[in-house]
Design a protein around this ligand. Sequence first.
Ligand SMILES: *Cc1c(COP(=O)(O)O)cnc(C)c1O
Length: 425
Amino acid sequence: MKKQKFIRENFGISDGVLNLVDLSEKKLLVQFKRVEEIAEINQLRVMKAFSDNRGSASHFAATTGYGYDDIGRDMLDKGYAPIFGAEDARVRHNFISGTHTISRALYAVLRPSDILVSITGKPYDTLEEVIGISGEDGNGSLKDFGVRYMEIPLKSNGSPNLEEIKFTLTHTNVKAVTIQRSKGYGWRPTYSAKEIGELIEFVKELSPETICIVDNCYGEFVETEEPTAYGADLAAGSLIKNPGGGLAPTGGYIAGKKKYIELCAYRLTSVGIGKECGASLGFNRQMYQGLFLAPHVVAQAIKSAALCAEVFENLGFEVSPEPNAIRHDIIQSVKFGDPEKVIAFCRGIQKGAPVDSFVMPEPWDMPGYQDQVIMAAGAFVQGASIELSADAPIKPPYIAYMQGGLTYESAKLGIMMAAENIMKL
Ligand SMILES: *Cc1c(COP(=O)(O)O)cnc(C)c1O
């Protein structure tokens, strides 16, 4: 077959790997069909938002300075809200990352002496310093401002500990809880939007005033509903992950209840100014086009994740989620149990990138993370993990987290290169 000959000759993939990948794809037909079905529903929701808001070229015009009356920016907020099943949203390139966006949501609603509780265990690494779990006194963390923090560890099966949550909510005046949808750098299931909705219902029954904030990173468009449609007061994420569709050059979004969204805008810009200012500088078109592409691109990433799971399970490694599992985020974990193998995997993924495919990733001390991390990424947008990427903290049990792939075809090449590397060890 011509294709196989090309891959063999130009990328050094052996027949063993080619056949394994071929067989793996055959076992994923039902999964792929399901993923395409979800993408279609999400695409239709995006199309409706565009048409309801009369999306047009005038929305792409750049504003400068204060950015008053930026209709493109305002329309994007209006379009995001119904897609997320939320009352309101703020979508801005001025949010510089997911961490920044989530931290704006936390600072927006928390006040000195308030209590914040993470009810899904340890939060994402970079949020530790924001909250004040780690980092120095006097740095302006939530703790520094007198916000108290409690954490309810997950049960051994990875689900939230309802008894402990109930105890805390009935004995303490909890201002806000955080729920992390995706597993992040953890070996636990990612929660579905519906499961998060049930958790929120549980919280609200015990403590109706408690604000439920969801770290929605990596979850957008993986299902047909978002946590905001299931009652989350706020959900936030990064535009260089799922909802930017690979085109947003930077940014973040927060969706949720109108009164809290206004506070988030105050925290992003200034109290009193909120959403009225913030020049879009010409980024609107990429944000709109990225949103338009996002349901499809996310589907590409999920298919790539499923292929990775099938291939590496066949090679004898434990994977999470299972190849045919219903997915709630775009992350695929593979447990290698060996530093050499995890490094070989990441180096293979790097070779499947369109940018910097010649680079050899090395473990390094990444700011905000406790352990050394190896990262494979060759992206058009620096650090964009909706583009094919893999990360692994260099610590037992040596788990690699792969995500992304703007196109299934290119991600498939990365997976083949990674499999080849592992088989050669
Ligand atoms: C990526 C991620 C973040 C932080 O986003 P950055 O853009 O890297 O700052 C937070 N939480 C989860 C679960 C994530 O996956």
